[in-house]
Design a protein around this ligand. Structure first.
Ligand code: CA
Length: 223
């Protein structure tokens, strides 16, 4: 993980930098907002630790300017203890989280991990918003399925099933796995609901229905 640390107090900066390096993270240190903004123009960071009180432009201004430049790197703002107004203002201008000083190193790491994970999940979701294979296109946000450009109506369960299949291309999915993903684990394992829905979906995906292959004794495989 690549961290940009914006902090003018050397004692605090050293404490954070040494700790994060020991965790195996890369840390770039900027002592003021101008330097931080310059670095952000040149390089990509996974997360930014931004002190609120800095010489020159404040942490708030840095945050505002980088959001204005569409730099969406998660920001953890360091604030004074009990500075509720500052925290609210910080979150409003685009900081993702805040941590009051003094803080424990463990808490800092936990917050950074959470921010990084959240940002990562979000971008993974965004890139997977549209699932496609041959002429099949399923948009996970509009829930619209088209086959060769023509819209196909799906029930809620069919949508879940198509999502599961399209996002697990070339993998064998057992009936149990499909059952617990789309229906519930409580469903009677002897039910033939999966087979019924697969048959229905094959018809709806014509002429690509054959892409849902039956793998004898194992389940189904898409693609
Ligand atoms: Ca400071």
């Amino acid at each position: 993980m690549n961290v940009l640390l914006v902090e003018d107090e050397n004692r605090v900066a050293d404490f954070i930098r040494r700790g994060l390096k020991a965790e195996g993270w890369m840390v770039e240190h900027a002592v003021d907002g101008e330097t931080a903004l310059e670095l952000l123009q040149q390089r990509r960071f996974d997360v930014i630790i931004l002190d609120l009180v800095l010489p020159g432009i404040s942490g708030q201004d840095v945050c505002q300017r980088l959001r204005a430049r569409r730099i969406l790197t998660p920001v953890l703002m360091l604030t004074a203890l009990d500075a509720t107004d500052e925290r609210i203002a910080g979150l409003r201008i685009g900081a993702d989280d805040y941590l009051p000083k003094p803080f424990s190193f463990e808490e800092l790491v936990a917050r950074l991990d959470a921010l990084h994970r959240r940002a990562h999940d979000f971008s993974a979701q965004a890139t997977n918003e549209v699932l496609r294979h041959d002429g099949i296109v399923f948009n996970r946000s509009s829930l619209l399925l088209t086959v060769d450009g023509a819209e196909v109506e799906l029930s809620a369960k069919e949508r879940e099933l198509v999502t599961l299949l399209l996002s697990n291309e070339k993998k064998v999915l057992s009936r149990e796995r499909i059952l617990s993903a789309v229906w519930s684990a409580q469903e009677d394992p002897l039910t033939n609901v999966v087979d019924v829905y697969i048959a229905r979906l094959r018809k709806k995906l014509t002429p690509y229905g054959h892409l849902i292959a039956t793998v004898r004794g194992a389940g189904y495989r898409f693609g």
